[in-house]
Design a protein around this ligand. Structure first.
Ligand SMILES: [Zn+2]
Length: 506
């Protein structure tokens, strides 16, 4: 059965004119090449049409695709209606839709790497191809793309995995460069070095490191430099405000990197950037351990970040009101916030924060009820056993470093199999093991709970609970339940709190 409505996918690949000059050494050549740029697509189309004629296919549509966003990911809708993170490729996605809907009955492209550079794209294509009996025919001019039987599909998977690895290696090199720049405080070159480290970003500057540690201790309410009078004003669970710390550093004439005076923003930034904990970050995400030594231990740094994040949500009240982020409005779906109003302290679907304002619940009542439920859960041996198992596993920082390694290993194994250094059976078995580990690391990374849980489970649980900070209580609650929906107040209960208003989120 020969396709009568096939899609021809041609890929636009931009190249910089300078590259052309470098390549040819002839001035003006870049310009000529640019003029030839549209011919590049034309040539792909000619080649595709010639092959179609040879095979007896009819091309119904030519879809050009822009290559510039090859590794940017975004949430998109898959042909089966679900959504997932994928490389942004509108042309490729349109081709898949045409094939899935039956509007097109064959796919032709220049080369395999023009069709699927990301293994996930290839899997989506395979799903569509295999959704019909017989399979939807796929052909490429270079002959590299064949999905007509299981062996060819397996080969395509390995080739894409290997091609993807080399692209990712490039991406990783670029990433690493950016991480280093970010750690030095020089995004995209220029600018200032990061506070606390030398200009190459690898050695701590001791005087500055001491200030970073001091700021951290003051935020955590654990500094030993306060006078008795100052200390009396500080609630350990809240710590000192950023403005107050900034004012003190200005008064002491502690220099900044830029020469601008300290402010709450610069105070926050020097103490929350991952580099001070010896972590590598890229685009705000920690990606692993850094080559430089930490100024603050990772666990302390995590506590500082958590505390400042808590403050940002609703000033100090959030720190005390540990169910902020746990309770959800059953009417509009927003999270309730700790709120001081005329009716006392409540959790409220706060209108100033965009909520509907219709759900409010007395803070003490609801906290007592959730505390009761948590302690009851923690008194069950089976629950404790399960939590101990979770808490015993590595911390999320280690999990992150492991994840980076495991993902690199997956790519390596595909390469080893492609080079016939291991058998297919060995490859699939090894892949199964590593993939299971990747899944586990991901789950751990998503939860900050293991550290808090470990501390809690070390001793008497009820005792330990009483000593937890509000932020830690929130972590424990969220490790046990995803949260609660709060139903409207039923007037027949009068002023009494009805625990039935709390519905655990599935
Ligand atoms: Zn609401």
């Amino acid at each position: 059965m020969k396709p009568t409505r096939a899609v021809l996918l041609v890929r636009i690949s931009y190249r910089k004119p300078e590259d052309d000059v470098e390549e040819t050494g002839v001035e003006g050549e870049g310009k000529r090449r640019r003029a030839e740029f549209s011919k590049g697509i034309g040539r792909q189309e000619d080649d595709g049409r010639a092959l179609a004629e040879r095979l007896g296919w009819q091309i119904a549509e030519v879809i050009p695709e822009d290559d510039t966003s090859a590794f940017k990911r975004r949430k998109i809708k898959l042909p089966d209606g679900t959504s997932a993170l994928r490389t942004v490729r509108p042309g490729f996605r349109r081709a898949l839709e045409l094939l899935a809907s039956g509007e097109a009955d064959g796919l032709m492209a220049d080369d395999l790497d023009r069709v699927a550079r990301d293994p996930r794209d290839l899997e989506d294509l395979i799903d569509v191809v295999e959704s019909r009996r017989p399979r939807i025919p796929v052909e490429s001019v270079t002959g590299s793309l064949r999905l007509d039987n299981d062996a060819n599909i397996t080969m395509a998977r390995v080739m894409v995995a290997v091609a993807n690895k080399s692209s990712r290696d490039t991406a990783r090199r670029v990433t690493r460069k950016h991480e280093e720049l970010a750690a030095e405080g020089k995004p995209g070159g220029g600018g200032f070095r990061g506070y606390g480290y030398t200009a190459d970003g690898h050695e701590p500057v001791e005087a500055e490191a001491a200030i970073v540690r001091e700021i951290g201790a003051r935020v955590l309410g654990e500094w030993d430099g306060w006078t008795e009078e100052q200390r009396a004003k500080i609630v350990p669970e809240v710590g000192e405000s950023l403005n107050s710390i900034a004012a003190d550093l200005v008064r002491r004439r502690v220099p900044t990197v830029t020469g601008k005076p300290w402010g709450s923003r610069s105070i926050r930034s020097v103490v929350t950037k991952p580099s001070v904990a010896g972590l590598r970050a890229y685009k705000g995400e920690v990606v692993g351990k850094a080559v430089w030594p930490p100024i603050i231990p990772v666990e302390t740094w995590e506590r500082i970040c958590a505390r400042l994040a808590g403050r940002a949500r609703n000033v100090d009240l959030t720190l005390q009101r540990w169910l902020t982020g746990v309770l959800r409005c059953s009417l509009c779906g927003r999270m309730l916030m700790g709120w001081q109003g005329t009716g006392g302290v409540r959790y409220w679907c706060a209108t100033p924060q965009g909520g509907c304002g219709k759900i409010a619940v007395n803070a003490a009542f609801v906290e007592n009820e959730v505390e009761r439920q948590v302690l009851e859960l923690l008194s069950k041996p089976a629950v404790l056993e399960q939590l101990r198992h979770v808490a015993d596993t590595e911390t999320s920082a280690d999990a992150r470093a492991e994840l980076v390694e495991d993902e690199a290993q997956l790519k390596q194994m595909a390469g080893m199999w492609a080079r016939r250094e291991i058998t297919f059976a060995e490859y699939t078995e090894a892949r199964r093991i590593v993939e299971a580990r990747v899944k586990e690391s991901r789950a751990l990374i998503h939860s900050r709970a293991p550290r808090v849980l470990r501390a809690l489970l070390e001793g008497d649980v009820t005792d330990g609970w009483g000593r937890l900070t509000p932020a830690e209580r929130r972590d424990v609650v969220l490790a046990l339940v995803p949260g609660y929906d709060v139903l409207p107040h039923d007037r027949s209960y009068g002023n009494k709190f009805n625990p039935g208003r709390l519905v655990p989120l599935g």
